[in-house]
Design a binder for this molecule. Structure first.
Ligand SMILES: Cc1ncc(C[n+]2csc(CCOP(=O)(O)OP(=O)(O)O)c2C)c(N)n1
Ligand code: SF4
Length: 255
């Protein structure tokens, strides 16, 4: 491991609690690398998470101030901290269930206010920690603990939601392509205003097993092949885009 990254982590907290093949570990590495490349001082940063597997990414692993808060309330805590100390670089890291199901209201209002913070949403399309219940992001037809016959409810497009609510930086990447993910995380953290990054992070244990992915690797491969860059998507018809997830920078108010 790169010496700089090694200095940024609480070594006694490792190994992580994540299942083998979980995307959240890749995301953790990508966030640390982005911060190292930006040469940010961890002492000037605050990491806030809610409850869920993804919420364990910053705490207890980062050697930094972290707030591991209540389920769904990470953005509310982050808003309070930012208002109290505007000099803090505030980064929220949590799951799709945490940020967009129980915490959806805080997400839209922080975006509407253009609160100066970065929100990194690890979207695995399910409530991983609690046994694989359906989330507001579960794709139509997917099998979960609470939809044994397939989900009948349309999922949120989290990036469209953040954009419509007023976020001034919005991007999406899968953990399957870490280099562009790191590049995007750097831009999001450097952005002044509300930056939202949806990171597609597979949960082989609760989602993959139920939905006919034989291995974690098969999930990563399928995720990678379902993604299409925003540049390539521009020239395609709605028909060609069926089943594809558009990734890249979707909103950047500074351009
Ligand atoms: C008020 C409240 N309701 C429900 C729960 C149970 N709970 C804990 S984590 C979680 C879902 C987490 O899902 P997500 O945010 O998608 O993270 P993941 O575990 O999938 O990474 C739920 C429902 C709780 N802790 N508190
Ligand atoms: S249950 Fe899913 S999200 Fe949670 S650690 Fe395991 S693979 Fe990751």
């Amino acid at each position: 491991m790169n010496e700089k990254i090694f200095q940024m982590i609480n070594q006694e907290a490792f190994p992580t609690p994540f299942c083998p093949g979980c995307g959240h570990g890749i995301l953790m590495g990508a966030i640390l690398r982005a911060i190292a490349e930006l040469e940010y001082d961890l002492k000037q940063m605050l990491f806030v998470s809610g409850i869920g597997c993804a919420a364990w990414i910053p705490s207890p692993h980062f050697k930094a101030d972290t707030l591991h808060t209540l389920h769904g309330r990470a953005i509310a805590y982050a808003t309070g901290a930012k208002l109290y100390n505007p000099k803090l670089k505030v980064v929220v890291i949590s799951g799709d269930g945490d940020l967009s199901s129980i915490g959806g209201n805080h997400l839209i209002h922080a975006a509407r206010r253009n609160m100066d913070m970065t929100v990194i949403c690890a979207n695995n399309s399910i409530y991983g920690m609690t046994g694989g219940q359906m989330a507001s992001t579960t794709p139509l037809g997917s099998l979960t603990a609470t939809t044994p016959k397939g989900n009948q409810e349309p999922p949120f497009d989290l990036c469209k939601l953040a954009e419509a609510a007023g976020a001034t930086y919005v991007a999406r990447h899968p953990v399957a392509t870490p280099i562009p993910l790191i590049r995007t995380l750097k831009k999001a953290m450097a952005h002044q205003g509300f930056a939202f990054v949806e990171v597609l992070s597979p949960c082989p244990t609760q989602f993959g097993r139920r939905n006919a992915f034989p291995t974690a690797f098969a999930m990563i491969k399928a995720l990678k092949s379902s993604c299409l860059s925003v540049e390539k998507a521009k020239n395609l018809s709605q028909e060609d885009l069926l089943g594809k997830v558009i990734v890249g920078e979707l909103v950047n108010a500074n351009i």
